[in-house]
Design a protein around this ligand. Structure first.
Ligand SMILES: [Zn+2]
Length: 236
């Protein structure tokens, strides 16, 4: 299995690692990685694996293996094959990742500005969206943008902590405080807290403070069926 270094430190851009498997399609499994694996609406990271001879393997995407415990670095076409046991340095493309962290954290804030059930969402490059289960129309882009900015400007710290299912059971008030119900059964839950603003279970990558989100606008509101509104945001 792969140690997901991005989960403890989303700001880690590179780390040495060992190749522990190569899939039949050429996917590279490392013992540890800074590359976020595609999931939760956030795309997998791109970047490169630096070899000891100074050459580099370009990584086009990062996904979970079928066991959900190993992380597969999918090489771009025509890259040289790596050997099991080889030492590499995994270095992600920060120019792609950091805007995704800003958008991801901004979507947490959007779910506070619009406190309705979320039915879906995704993160792109410099933009993202959430789908809300709401009937009424009349959402105003400018007004929502203003509310988002107010939360960004508070520059609230973003932190996370792990709690066990037992701790969760012992603190029923916690579930009430959370905007999303945590998944049960895996034994522990990763809670992401935006101080005084939001608390929810999440495995994604976030910025350290809301101020790092910077300029963000609500760019579009679409009607998706009778009881669904798709709200898009874009970094300025
Ligand atoms: Zn999150």
């Amino acid at each position: 299995m792969t140690e997901p270094l991005f989960r403890d430190d989303a700001y880690l851009r590179a780390a040495p690692a060992t190749v522990i498997a190569v899939t039949p399609e050429g996917g590279v499994v490392l013992d540890r990685t800074v590359f976020y694996a595609q999931g939760g609406g956030q795309p997998g990271d791109v970047g490169r694996l630096l070899r000891q001879d100074g050459s580099a393997i370009q990584v086009a995407n990062t996904v979970y293996g079928p066991d959900r415990a190993s992380i597969v670095h999918v090489p771009a076409p025509d890259q040289a094959p790596l050997q099991v046991g080889e030492q590499v340095t995994a270095e992600l493309d920060w120019e792609r990742r950091f805007p995704r962290m800003r958008v991801h954290t901004a979507l947490h804030l959007l779910s506070v500005v619009l406190p309705y059930p979320v039915t879906g969402g995704s993160i792109g490059d410099g933009d993202g969206r959430l789908d809300f289960d709401i009937q009424e129309a009349g959402l105003d882009k400018a007004e929502l943008t203003e509310k988002l900015h107010a939360l960004v400007d508070r520059d609230a710290p973003v932190s996370f902590r792990w709690i066990t299912d037992e701790e969760l059971d012992a603190n029923p008030g916690l579930v009430k405080t959370m905007s999303v119900k945590p998944p049960r059964g895996s034994g522990r839950v990763r809670l992401v807290e935006i101080d005084g603003i939001d608390l929810q279970p999440c495995g994604g990558t976030h910025v350290r403070r809301t101020g790092e989100i910077g300029q963000v606008v609500v760019s579009d509101i679409e009607k998706k069926g009778k009881q669904n509104r798709r709200v898009r945001i874009r970094l300025g």
